[in-house]
Design a binder for this molecule. Structure first.
Ligand code: FDA
Length: 391
């Protein structure tokens, strides 16, 4: 079997590459070892796929080379993808500012991509692993259950390691290494943090309690919701900060973001001098959490008994609350994989390898990882589009 382009991975980036290449008249085969295409798209956004973010900027991505993503993102914008979604009459809505979701189901996005593939003459084969890939004088050859496949260009779109049950594998990294690429250290991102020992016991029984916080580690901070889980902490603020957290990193929470906590406590003392601190804090924080704070960490007395200095100290503590995380939940629940194929060895305009002609890398397999909020799909679409124009 001969193709112009062989794409490994029928996920977001691979299907977009195929659509654009097929639209240019290239003969394209997409193979995926999973039993259906776009499994992560189906799972994404709670089943409604947060398919882009209209506020996308290069600053929303983590990469050893922060400039790498700029060219592709500038040439395929969220509005280009929205135009495709609109052409397919898929209804969508904006949830948080900039985050676009399907009104109905993420199945519509997969259907749209497969319809676009069909219109572009792309062949998509699932349950079709690729093995024994090697370079030839005029491209690549590999083995599949369909037989030997030869293609002038090979596009690696195998995604990251997150959620192996959805088809994730390290195949793309191994293929990259086979052709002389370096893989920057891989770790789980957008992932809940775990607590252990006394650090877990102190928050025991709070699972399900949520509150807005500003979560900070050196170099990054995120103001969003936090959720206590049975194993530790989750919610958007924690998922976001997890991509910047490494073992031992100093993680701090502002438990009352946007509020001068000391001032609020001093005012509370004037207005309600007879109530205890835990009661006053329950008007500012979820009651169960406020009570726990006063059981374990803070002295609990009627407000009139506190001096200014004590309230100022409590306010400062609430604004800079240290959390000792023991780790993350890992690839089992992570939304993304940080690190990946070193972008210094890949062209930022075409996504072609600088090590091996006509070998391309798109999407999450590259060392480009977006924040939470539709940025990862936007990177998949944009990098796939760039490669699709070049293969
Ligand atoms: P993707 O993972 O989509 O596709 C890779 C494909 O390669 C898979 O189909 C896989 O089966 C295939 N493959 C792997 N190894 C192979 C092999 N050896 N042979 C053949 N095929 C192989 N992002 C976002 O922007 N908005 C959101 O709402 C969400 N929500 C979300 C929820 C959950 C639960 C997860 C896990 C992730 C998200 N994400 C997200 C992140 C987003 O899903 C992710 O960044 C993109 O899907 C990456 O696109 P890729 O095409 O690079 O990989």
């Amino acid at each position: 079997m001969e193709y112009d382009v062989l794409v490994v991975g029928a996920g977001a980036a691979g299907l977009m590459t195929a659509i654009v290449a097929g639209g240019r008249g290239r003969r394209v085969l997409v193979v995926d070892h999973a039993n259906r295409p776009g499994k992560k798209i189906l799972m994404s956004g709670g089943g409604r796929c947060n398919f882009t973010n209209t506020g996308t900027t290069p600053g929303h991505f983590i990469s050893a080379n922060p400039h790498f993503c700029k060219s592709a993102l500038a040439r395929y914008t969220p509005w280009d993808f929205i135009a495709m979604v609109d052409r397919h009459r898929i209804a969508w809505h904006e949830k948080s500012p900039g985050q676009l979701f399907c009104d109905d189901s993420s199945k519509q996005i997969v259907r749209m991509l497969l319809d676009e593939c069909a219109a572009a003459g792309v062949r998509v084969e699932t349950s079709c692993p690729l093995s024994n890939v090697r370079a030839t004088t005029d491209g690549f050859v590999g083995e599949t259950p369909l037989g030997h496949v030869r293609a002038a260009s090979l596009v690696v779109a195998t995604g990251g390691l997150s959620i192996p049950s959805l088809g994730a594998s390290g195949f793309g990294y191994a293929l990259a290494e086979q052709f002389g690429h370096s893989i920057l250290p891989l770790r789980a991102g957008l992932v809940p943090l775990t607590l252990s020992g006394k650090h877990q016991e102190r928050y025991d029984g709070l699972a399900g309690v949520a509150l807005p916080v500003e979560a900070r580690v050196p170099g990054a901070s995120f103001h969003d919701a936090m959720l206590f889980t049975h194993r530790g902490l989750s919610g958007p603020a924690i998922l976001q900060v997890s991509s910047y957290w490494e073992a031992g990193a100093d993680l701090r929470l502002d438990l009352l973001p946007g509020l001068d906590a000391a001032q609020a406590l001093r005012e509370g003392r004037v207005e309600r001098p007879g109530v205890e601190l835990k009661t006053l804090l329950s008007s500012l924080l979820p009651r169960r959490f406020a009570e726990r704070l006063c059981e374990v960490w803070l002295p609990n007395r009627p407000m009139r008994q506190y001096r200014d200095a004590e309230l100022n100290a409590i306010g400062a503590q609430l604004a800079d609350w240290p959390v000792v995380a023991s780790g993350t939940e890992g690839y089992r629940t992570a939304e993304v994989t940080l690190g990946g194929v070193d972008t210094d060895e890949v062209s930022s305009t075409t996504m072609m390898s600088r090590r091996q002609p006509n070998l391309y890398f798109v999407g999450e397999v590259l060392d480009v990882t977006g924040h939470l909020g539709g940025y990862n799909f936007q990177w998949a679409w944009a990098s796939g589009h760039a490669a699709g124009l070049a293969v």
